[in-house]
Write a protein that binds this ligand. Sequence first.
Ligand code: HSC
Length: 704
Amino acid sequence: MTEPAHRIVALDIVDGVARITMNHGQVNALGHELRRALSDALERLAGDPAVAGVLLLGQPQAFSAGADITEFNMPESGGAEMNSGPAGPDLRELVALVEDFPKPITAGITGVALGGGLELAMAAHARIASPTARLGLPEITLGLLPGAGGTGRLPRLVGPERALDMILTGKQVSAYDALTDGLVDALIEDPGSAEAVHWAAEYAATRAPLRTRDRTGSIAGAAAAPGTVSRLAADALRKAKDPYAAHAAIKAVSAGIEQSFDHGAVVEREKFEERVKSPESAAQRHLFTAERAARKPADLDPDAARTVRRAGVIGAGTMGGGITMALAAAGITVTVVEAERSALDRGLAQIEKNLAVSVSRGSRTQDDADALKSLITGSLDYADLAGADLVIEAAFEDLQVKQDIFATLDRHVGPECVLASNTSYLSIDMIAAGTVLPGRVLGMHFFSPANVMPLVEVVRGAATNAATLATGFTTARRIGKTPVVVRVCHGFVGNRMLEVRSFQAEQLLLEGALPGQVDAVLKDFGFRMGPFEMGDMAGLDIGWRNRKAEGRTAPTADALCEAGRFGQKTGRGYYAYDGRERRDDPEVEQLIRDVSRNLGIIRREISDHEILERLLFPMINEGARILAEGIAERAGDIDVIWAKGYNWPAYRGGPMWYASHTGIGYVADRLRFYAEQTADVTLLPAGFLAEDDVAVAAAPGLPG
Ligand code: HSC
């Protein structure tokens, strides 16, 4: 028998097994329509004597990506969409319907089973998965905890330690790991196939439905030793990107183990409802949406992209090496070209070392590392780039050097080859101007370490053509990066805003603050490091050299460098170091006081509140200028750049989101105040912040 049960759920019965196949949207998000269709189908099957068991299936790319995130964005309606009402059961009710179903249900997982999707699968009485499936509870990356029984069921299947790891990191596990851990019961190439139906039929014939909530074997130890959950979670909690959601999840897991499944469910519900309404979750959901919006820049035509099989990288330094590894990890053959044999050897040796470290840490297998290495060749000759589809230049940051490299590339690569510069400040238009085919030039600004950091600013020059832009963008996606398209200006989006923040940080030192106070304020806000710790880590001498070349000064930073304090590498910078341990240094305090005095500045007590506003609001103002100039397309693009490239805390949504939630009018007023206080007209509100009625003015892509 075969009959359509619902537009978004297909139903057929084979050998006594009813196959319910979800087919809703791109990823089977469990919105109210799908929930209703599933519950209708189950209701019909419950009393059907021809049905002995159920096989619940999704689509090849997704069993289900979980709750429909867009339904969370309706807090004004009390999250009405999440509740049952006339629209059908909520996710918790659906999960209970599955678990309490009188006939055994097997979930057949293909693609991803994430969040509520995995919770649905965990409520089934058995799980089979295709070997390529991936499973996870990524709620924490949205500032949430699993809200449909995941905090109770996952530990019952895989034990508390594995469960906490998955819930607190949000990371996905492979089908193989899921099998080893007990999260799935069997791997079957195609979970919708006759073999899978046979498996489900056998299961239905031989076992009574076993509810996951009733399995207690793997939590027995932790249940008998209260405190185990907190102990197991301590490390992950320290590293958690969203400490609020992490705490909430730990409370729910621990109640579900140390008290009872039902008690855990009550705590889970309470905490989920608190988190889903929190500003921290709203901020992370904004970033999720902004990241997806950034994948669709105006007039990007993905079909115009060239397929990159072979790539070249110019420069085997830190950036060049990282870019090479990122390309090769995606299966692209890479030729790294250097000017000097010694530099090339050093670069290749560093790549080997990085690979060995990742093998020893278990993040890569030896086979993967060998395969990756076999795709990389070093060369001292540009002629070896002849067959390249894309060349990324990551040489010394100097316009003349780069122009010479691009002129040389013109002579050696084919006319179709796309040429990218990894410059962080220089004009792509000036680099392109010296080439024969400026339309094939663009910027691909990676962040260090390039094999790890996800952001790539894809810089579109005045002449960059559609095929070039599409090739740069799709290649960045293919190698697992988060590309954001920007236009040309000094420092593009991220570094241009960072420069404004660095200037304010320096001013604050001159006016009365000390490095420790400034850094602590940004860390309390959620950054991993403050500007001075970051400067010490990167090395202060590079900026000093650049400032001298450009005739600029930064009085405190210059004075530190003149005293030979270049940061961690010299054991002394804004702080003194014993290894990596840093401590405040009275010498630095004296040096700062001297610089202030020499400039005739009377130092004053500066509040943490002022420090935070002085660091963040001018950056936001620069963001407003960037939007007004069309350098970034949307406010959300700026947020993605800061979250992915500069460790802006995700639970604060990015600088432009933060501004809109702090109050655009307030930010503008404070900027006017600081402009007057410091006699710095560049602090006057710009772009949408300067509009007459700032209370209602909003940047594109932000709520008013
Ligand atoms: C959750 O499940 C909470 C539950 O624990 C409890 C709920 C309890 C409620 C109780 C109430 C009483 N929803 O990324 P892509 C869209 S929280 C809606 O470009 P890829 C996405 O926006 C959820 N839409 O594709 C995009 O739309 P666009 C936990 C979703 O192949 C399109 O699908 N789950 C969606 O690169 C394609 O997505 C997660 O956090 C969703 N859940 O990646 C998983 N998921 O074209 C989030 C995707 O209009 N999703 N969309 O822009 C992902 O990680 C990735 O999207 C995938 C696919 C890996 C699924």
